[in-house]
Design a protein around this ligand. Structure first.
Ligand SMILES: [Cu+2]
Length: 284
């Protein structure tokens, strides 16, 4: 009985955790110490992901509780002492039909929202902005192909260089900047090995593969900085290539964009000359 009451206590505290899921247990855009839950959502897709996650959690909890109850009934009522002469029953048609049909219904109930979510993630709505992300060993490069001829690198701020308020292992020198409440189409590729572009609060995670372009999208619903990390083991500094996305209002975004066009402009002539200088001499 002591074990049972202990079990009940654990279940009660787990229930408390579930009930308070959200604000207290997870940060917005960044992980928190002792986080128990997904990061808070800041995009419609992540809202759906979190909703589906909790729906599944309740389904799993109900199934586990049901199986546990059946086990307890068997242990208490059908042990050798309580039930010395067991029944020889081997078949029960109604129960066999039930235990076939009920799981099918449960799986169908899971499949419908699951496929709906997959389509929401995969079908990119008409974008307001396109950002191309290139994973490199071991940092990210961002360019905005429809917004100007510029590209910049985003490297992690080393621990010794951290300024107050900057997050260890997550802060970067140049953040990716996007406007709030706009559909951002993200193209990703890898320059050397496979990386994975992941921002938990936006519910996006997509491999950046050399030689091909993958795509995903998000619509940030809150301003702020949202962090993520490379999520594909990509070499020795895999853990040190964070992603930081700063979401700002339209005015601030345009100011940033105008600055970025100057600051990070790609000098086509210089690039061409550099390439010409490194080209192998023609064979005569
Ligand atoms: Cu990586």
């Amino acid at each position: 009985m002591k074990a049972l009451s202990r079990l009940a206590a654990i279940a009660a505290s787990a229930g408390g955790v579930l009930a308070s899921a959200g604000a207290a247990w997870a940060g917005l855009g960044q992980p928190t110490p002792w986080q128990m839950d997904l990061q808070d959502s800041a995009s419609p897709v992540m809202q759906d992901v979190a909703g589906f996650h909790f729906f599944l959690l309740w389904v799993i909890a109900a199934i586990s509780a049901f199986v546990l109850a059946l086990l307890l009934i068997c242990i208490v009522r059908f042990n050798a002492r309580a039930n010395p002469t067991p029944s020889r029953t081997t078949h029960n048609t109604p129960i066999e039909i039930l235990w076939t049909i009920v799981p099918v219904i449960i799986l169908a109930a899971i499949a419908v929202p699951s496929f709906r979510l997959l389509f929401v993630q995969l079908e990119v709505p008409k974008p307001d902005l396109t950002v191309k992300v290139t994973g490199k060993q071991w940092f990210w490069s961002y360019s905005y192909p429809d917004s100007g001829n510029f590209e910049f690198d985003s490297l992690m701020v080393q621990e010794k260089d951290l300024k107050p308020g900057q997050l260890r292992l997550l802060a970067v020198d140049n953040e990716m900047v996007v406007p709030v409440n706009k559909v951002v189409h993200v193209l990703m590729t890898g320059a050397d090995v496979i990386h994975s572009f992941t921002v938990p609060s936006f519910g996006i995670r997509m491999d950046a593969i050399p030689g091909r372009i993958n795509e995903t999208w998000f619509k940030a619903t809150a301003e702020g900085v949202f962090y993520g990390q490379c999520s594909e083991l990509c070499g020795k500094d895999h853990a040190f290539m964070p992603i930081a996305v700063r979401v700002v209002n339209d005015g601030d975004f345009n100011t940033w964009l105008n600055n970025a066009k100057q600051k990070y402009a790609i000098d086509n002539d210089a690039a061409h000359n550099a390439l010409a200088a490194t080209a192998a001499p023609a064979i005569r």
